[in-house]
Each structure stands twice: as C-alpha cells, then as structure tokens.
Design a protein around this ligand. Structure first.
Ligand code: NAP
Length: 302
C-alpha cells in the first residue's frame, strides 16, 4: 500500500471535478484527482453542449480533454483508479483505492452520476447490439432506421433530436402525459417531423435475434410490439456514492446533502455537481459549484 499526501483530493474527473482541480492548482495547492472510468463524466458523450459553457463550444469530449491537459500543466496529479473508501483520520481524510491510501486535508466529492437503466428483459443482453447509452456515438449506426428513446426529461428530448440527424424515425416513449423538460427542447421535439411521441407508454421488454428488432410496450390499451433497431434510455441519473460514508446524508434520490456553502456534514468534505442534492443540473451550475468549492477550500487551508 502506498501513502501519498495532498492538500486537496477531488474524487471524479467530470467537468465539475476537473474545473475545481484546475482552480485549486492555480491557487498553489497540491491537488489530486481520481477517476474510475475515463475523464469527462456525463458530457463525454455529448457532442453539442447546449448551452455550451465558455470553452465547451467544440463538445463534451474536447472540453474535458482541454481541462485535463490544462490541469496536467498546472501540476494536478491524476490517478485513474476507483475510490473505494473515504475515511476521517487525525483531522484529515484518507481516500482509499485498491492500490493505496491517499491523505488530503480537504476533499471534494465530484463523482457525478450514471444513467439509470430500465431493468427490463433484453436490456443487458442487447447492450452494444442495439441498446445504447450514447446517441452521438451510436446514432450513425442507425441510418434511416427506427429507434426508440425512452424518457421525458431534458436528456431524452435532447438525444431524440440528435438521433434524427441519422435515423429515419425516432419514437419518443414517455410514461407520463407531458414532458418535464426545458421548453426550448419541447419546442424542438414538437417541430421535428422525424420524432413520433408516445405518452402513457412504458417499455416492458427489448426483443430481437442477433440485434434488437423490436420493443414490447404497455399502454392503457394493453401490450404492443413495435419495430425498432435501437433503444436509448434516458430516464434519469443515479449518483455515484458507493464510497461515501453513511455519515454524509443523502436525499431521496441518493444524492449528497450539503450546506449552501457546498460542505457536507463532514467538515472539510465538499460535494459539487450531479452527485450533490440541489445542484441545478446544468453544466453551468456544476462549473459554478466547482469554482465556489475551490474558493472555499482555499480559504479553509490558509
Ligand atoms: P430527469 O430530469 O430525471 O428525467 C428523467 C425522465 O425519465 C422523466 O421524464 C421520468 O419520467 C422518466 N423516467 C424515470 N424513471 C423511469 C422509468 N423507470 N421508466 C420510464 N421512464 C422513467 O433526467 P435527465 O433528463 O437525464 O436529466 C438529468 C439532469 O440533467 C436534469 O437536471 C436536466 O435538467 C439536466 N440536463 C440538462 C440538459 C441541458 O441543459 N441541455 C441536457 C440533459 C440533461 P417522469 O417525468 O414521469 O418522472
């Protein structure tokens, strides 16, 4: 087991974590970031950030890559390992991974969230064979075909619009009777001839042979099978908090509760972005929280 020490450890290399790390390194604090998958977080799969924050005009992957490069230049240590535990120790904190323990005087949790799954038969079986989580990456595989997008929030509507660049038809399947997305996204969907909306409809199963061929849906009228070559579920987010101690409170969606100043119940442990209860949900909100947390941490370490 190795033990290294930093002024600040940031858990998560999504846009929030990368932004906070860059700001802290520029303040002269020794800073490390941890990432369990690949830098960029949720926006890695979004080619067109809408609205795009300053620096994000070229898309999510380019933006994250830019921030990562700038952080490396500023001296941020990037550790590509999942964090398994966060514990208090002698007035500081220890972040644990499989290979070691890392001490920090302050910790910012920016571990973000992952897309929820439908939990229906066929979803796991057809992953990569028609079931996808990335409209921008996989959309081109469905040229002129019919695909289904599930959900009624910003993500589902935004990605349904993206898929119409490639697909012949996009079935937008929502369990409710009205979307709860930004009005401009609803307007875009309503104006798009390639999108067919189905309200009051839930997906029961994803069916096919080698590849996805159809979905079975349920409405008030009963069950029905509809042909679709692709299935994209955007039904909300699940926060990444497995390593977070129980002493940090969660809200009813499992997100971390903080004070208005972004500090959790553990003094010196902060939470920002999609993992935090009451974070606005836009990229601009996550970036603003990153700067606020970096400022607060710097003051605490003076
Ligand atoms: P969300 O806002 O939580 O919406 C999830 C949608 O999925 C809801 O319509 C919900 O239905 C539906 N749903 C949930 N569980 C379901 C299930 N088991 N089966 C079928 N449908 C289900 O999630 P999101 O759209 O991913 O957005 C997450 C956050 O990111 C939000 O804060 C959003 O504003 C933000 N975001 C912003 C942008 C942007 O600014 N451009 C783009 C994408 C996301 P009900 O309505 O019936 O609950």
């Amino acid at each position: 087991m190795t033990t290294s020490a930093f002024d600040v450890i940031i858990i998560g290399e999504g846009i929030a974590g990368l932004t906070a790390a860059g700001a802290l390194a520029k303040k002269g604090l020794s800073t490390a970031t941890f990432e369990q998958q690949i830098f960029g977080g949720l926006v890695l799969n979004v080619n067109e950030l809408d609205p795009a924050p300053p620096g994000g005009e070229a898309g999510g992957a380019a933006f994250a890559s830019e921030l990562t490069g700038a952080n490396a230049d500023a001296g941020v240590t990037s550790i590509q390992e999942p964090v398994t535990a966060l514990t208090a120790a002698d007035g500081a904190y220890v972040v644990t991974t499989e290979s070691g323990n890392y001490r920090a005087r302050q910790v910012i949790i920016a571990s973000g969230a992952r897309l929820k799954t439908l939990n229906v038969p066929g979803e796991t079986e057809f992953e990569g064979r028609g079931v996808s989580k990335c409209a921008d990456c996989d959309g081109p595989m469905f040229q002129n075909e019919t695909v289904a997008v599930i959900g009624g929030g910003d993500s589902a509507l935004q990605e349904a619009n993206v898929l119409t660049h490639y697909c012949g038809k996009v079935l937008l399947i929502h369990r409710g009777t009205a979307f709860r997305a930004q009005q401009r996204l609803i307007d875009q969907v309503n104006a798009n001839d390639k999108i067919e909306k189905r309200f009051g409809t839930t997906v029961e199963a994803i069916l096919g042979g080698q590849m996805v061929e159809k979905i079975r849906v349920k409405t008030a009228a009963g069950s029905e099978e509809i042909a679709a070559a692709g299935v994209f579920a955007y039904i909300g987010l699940e926060p990444n908090t497995a390593f977070v101690p129980d002493s940090i409170k969660r809200d009813d969606q499992g997100r971390l509760v903080t004070s208005d100043a972004l500090e959790t119940a553990l003094p010196g442990v902060w939470a920002i972005g999609a993992v935090r209860s009451a974070c606005g949900g836009s990229l601009d909100d996550a970036i603003a929280e990153a700067h606020r947390a970096a400022d607060a941490v710097a003051v605490r370490l003076k």
